[in-house]
Write a new protein. Sequence first.
Length: 231
Amino acid sequence: MKALIADDEKHLADDLKRRLARLWPELEIVAVVHDGISAEAALRELQSDIVFLDIRMPGKSGLEVAKSAAPTCRVVFVTAYDSHAVQAFEQAAVDYLLKPITDSRLAQCIARLQHAAPPVKSPEPLRWLRAQVGQTLRLVAIEDVCYFQSADKYTTVLTKDAELLLRTSLKELIPQLDPHEFWQIHRSTVVNVREIATARPNLMGRMMLTLHHRPETLTVSRSYVHLFRER
């Protein structure tokens, strides 16, 4: 199983990682992040089975991040505050750990995670789109999309030869896309990974993308630059 740790206190995140490695050596820690926006992006990219979330973090709270977790992801909140327990369990959290965490309490949490009911199967990713072209409805294969652009309550779908309107917001669309094929690079932009030709910083230090089949240059916001770092 794969796990993500999100805690704005680096030493506590590192301590949790070390203790998990000792108490549950089979668990793979795929990332440790220190703010809510990075946690949300990592959840979307890495498809973790488990996420250990601090509640109070910069950018977004753990409660907000948990809402973006896949149905298959088991959430454990790790916090110094007991005032959010009700909200946590309303989001179907597997456990709620209060800092400082003892080894015996962490072991109890691990046992709960190991014996939790199998998660709900994720729905199949979207394969076809019904997009509007004037008064005509057009069927578009998802692999033909170069990128999506938010247009208020709608979404613009850009293929190599057309710009179409989808009567769905980008926020509603993102959970239906395969995260291995489509990456969110900005709050208003999701790009088809296969369409990315180059990724390089401009003179201002912002990461810019060029595409194989579109003339536009797309800007990557700082929250998503980690997607383009060498691994």
